[in-house]
Design a protein around this ligand. Structure first.
Ligand SMILES: [Zn+2]
Ligand SMILES: [Zn+2]
Ligand SMILES: [Zn+2]
Length: 400
C-alpha cells in the first residue's frame, strides 16, 4: 500500500514535469511558432501523445493540473496543430482526442454551474433550518460532558462566499481585483477575510447582509465573476469501535432500529476507518440535523444491537501524522517526524511522557499543556471553526 502511494506520487511528479516542459512551447499567451517548427516531428508527436494521455486520465488529472493550467495546455496543443501538417494522421488523431476532452469539460462545467445555482437557491432554507433547530434543542437536559468543545454563535455564523471566474481569471487575479476595488471604494461591503486557494477565492463577511451586498458589487465590476454560497453539507458523525467489515446497509438499518429512528430518516455511509483498537473499525455516517440533535441529547451514545456505541462529531480535517500540523498529509510533509505528546523528535509510542500530561507539548501549535488533536489546541479549534461553517447544522457543542 505505502509503495503504491509512493509510486503514484512519483508518477504525479513526472506528469507535472512533462506539462511544464510542454508549456515552454508558449510565448506568454501565444504559441511560439518558431520553436514548434524547430522541433523534430517525431519528438513533437511523442510529447503531444504524452499530454493527451495525461488529459485522458481523468481521476489523476486534477492532481497534476488545475483548470488554468489545462487552459494553457489546450492553447499549446492548438498552437502545435496549427503549426504542423494538418493532414498528418497522428496529429489528426490527437486533435480529435483533445476536442473530445474539451467537449467533456464543457459538459462538466455546465453541470457544476447548475449545481451552484441550486445550492444558492437552497441557502435561504438552510439558514432558517439552523434557527428552528436552535429553539428546540434540549442540550440543557443534563450535564454536558466537559471534554466537548463549546462553540459560540457568532464565531460559527460568519457568512462565506466562494468566488471564481471559470477560466477567465486565476483565483489570485480575482483576489487582487477585489483588493484594488476595496482601495478605490468600489467594494464597500465588510469583508473580514479574503483568501485565494488553488481553484477559488474564499470571502468571509461580518454578516449575511454584507455578503449579499458584495454579490451585487462584484457583478458590477466584472460580469464573468461568480460569487456563490457554498453548498452546505449534512452533519457527519463517527461511531467508534465497531466490528470490522460490517455490511453498511444492514448496519444503518440496525442503527435506525435499535435507536428508534424513523425508517425514512436519511443516514448515509461516508467511510469506514481504523479504530483505536486495531481489531475494530470506526464508521462515519452522514445524518440529518435531527439525528445529530438526538446524538447530542443522548450525550454521544447510540445503541448498536443492544450495546452502547461512542459517537463523536466528524469533520473532514486534514492533519499530518508525521509532524501533526494541519492542512497537509504525511505524503506532502516537509518536516521531520515529531512526537504527538511532547513535540520531540521520536516516535509517539516510545514517548516517556505518554502518561504524564504535565509534560505534554503540542506539535501542532507548539504550546505546552495538551497533546496533538486535543480540544484545547487553538490550531484544531480554528480548523473546526472553519469546518462547521460548511455544515447545515447549528453546533452549540462539538462532540469530541
Ligand atoms: Zn507534516
Ligand atoms: Zn514524546
Ligand atoms: Zn495544540
Amino acid at each position: 500500500m505505502a509503495n503504491d502511494i509512493a509510486e503514484q506520487q512519483k508518477l504525479i511528479e513526472l506528469n507535472k514535469q512533462l506539462i511544464e516542459k510542454f508549456l515552454t512551447y508558449m510565448n506568454n499567451k501565444t504559441p511560439d511558432a518558431e520553436k514548434i517548427k524547430a522541433t523534430p516531428i517525431c519528438q513533437l508527436k511523442m510529447t503531444v501523445k504524452n499530454i493527451v494521455d495525461i488529459l485522458k486520465d481523468k481521476p489523476n488529472l486534477k492532481k497534476v493540473a488545475d483548470k488554468h493550467k489545462i487552459k494553457k495546455i489546450i492553447n499549446t496543443m492548438t498552437g502545435i496543430f496549427d503549426n504542423t501538417n494538418q493532414e498528418d494522421i497522428d496529429f489528426k488523431k490527437y486533435k480529435e482526442e483533445m476536442e473530445k476532452f474539451q467537449e467533456e469539460q464543457k459538459k462538466e462545467s455546465e453541470a457544476n454551474k447548475r449545481k451552484k445555482e441550486e445550492s444558492t437557491a437552497n441557502a435561504k432554507s438552510y439558514n432558517s433550518v439552523k434557527k428552528i433547530k436552535k429553539n428546540y434543542m434540549s442540550l440543557e437536559d443534563g450535564a454536558i460532558p466537559n471534554h466537548w468543545l463549546k462553540v459560540t454563535d457568532n464565531e460559527l455564523m460568519e457568512p462565506v462566499l466562494f468566488v471564481e471566474a471559470g477560466e477567465e481569471m486565476t483565483p489570485l487575479e480575482i483576489k487582487n481585483l477585489i483588493e484594488l476595488n476595496r482601495i478605490e471604494f468600489k467594494i464597500t461591503s465588510e469583508i473580514t477575510k479574503l483568501k485565494a486557494n488553488d481553484d477559488k477565492v474564499i470571502v468571509r463577511f461580518s454578516d449575511a447582509k454584507q455578503r449579499d451586498f458584495f454579490k451585487k458589487e462584484i457583478k458590477k465590476i466584472n460580469k464573468k465573476i461568480e460569487a456563490y454560497v457554498p453548498e452546505p453539507f449534512e452533519p457527519m458523525i463517527r461511531l467508534h469501535n465497531l466490528p470490522k467489515e460490517l455490511d453498511v446497509n444492514t448496519f444503518i438499518e440496525d442503527i435506525k432500529k435499535y435507536n428508534n429512528f424513523n425508517k425514512k430518516d436519511k443516514i448515509e455511509h461516508h467511510s469506514t476507518t481504523s479504530s483505536r483498537n486495531p481489531n475494530k473499525s470506526d464508521y462515519i455516517l452522514r445524518v440529518t440535523p435531527a439525528i445529530r440533535d438526538e446524538v447530542a441529547r443522548r450525550r454521544g451514545l447510540l445503541l448498536y444491537r443492544c450495546s452502547k456505541v461512542n459517537v463523536t462529531d466528524y469533520f473532514n480535517i486534514i492533519q499530518c501524522t508525521r509532524c501533526f500540523k494541519y492542512s497537509h498529509t504525511k505524503f506532502f510533509c516537509g518536516s521531520q517526524s515529531k512526537c504527538k505528546y511532547c513535540s520531540q523528535y521520536h516516535l509517539s509510542h516510545t514517548c516517556e511522557s505518554k502518561d504524564k500530561p504535565q509534560n505534554y507539548k503540542c506539535p501542532a501549535c507548539d504550546q505546552p499543556g495538551h497533546k496533538a488533536g486535543h480540544k484545547d489546541c487553538p490550531k484544531l479549534q480554528k480548523q473546526l471553526k472553519y469546518a462547521t461553517t460548511l455544515v447545515n447544522y447549528h453546533y452549540s457543542y462539538i462532540i469530541m
